[in-house]
Write a protein of this length. Structure first.
Length: 144
């Protein structure tokens, strides 16, 4: 699943024709739905990071499509998954029936940080970016 995510994310985000289109957004949302189907109990473990990255890219595409409502929502969902990832610290057992037997999983992941989110927020109107930064739910991310 993780390898599929990396390939599709790269394919969408490396082509302007996809990274600025509804078709690209639909592909990324389909990958998210696949994760949701596999980890149907919400325990994504280390893969909260993948979901975070996918939603950040969805937010970026929505911004390009001038859909600020969805862009903001996708960004907030990404931040929620980032916080979940920080709680897990990559060490958790999967509990969903499809993956409960997985024991040794250590995919290579891009570790996200405050600078990464700050860079993404530059594409938002200032009032939206400030609302996210000032949201108490995300204080731990932006106060570092």
């Amino acid at each position: 699943m993780h390898e599929l995510y990396k390939v599709l994310r790269t394919a969408v985000m490396s082509k302007d024709s996809l990274s600025h289109s509804q078709a690209g957004l639909d592909v990324l949302l389909a990958v998210i739905r696949l994760y949701e189907s596999i980890f149907d109990d919400g325990n994504y473990g280390i893969y909260h990071n993948d979901i975070c990255m996918l939603y950040i890219h969805c937010s970026s595409i929505a911004n390009h499509l001038h859909d600020s409502e969805h862009a903001l929502r996708y960004c907030e969902i990404a931040l929620d998954h980032f916080l979940e990832f920080k709680q897990v610290q990559g060490v958790s057992r999967f509990t969903a029936s499809l993956v409960i037997q997985v024991k040794n999983h250590s995919p290579s992941i891009v570790l996200l940080d405050r600078d990464w989110f700050e860079q993404h927020l530059q594409s938002f109107p200032a009032e939206c970016a400030d609302a996210i930064r000032c949201n108490p739910r995300y204080a731990a991310i932006f106060s570092q």
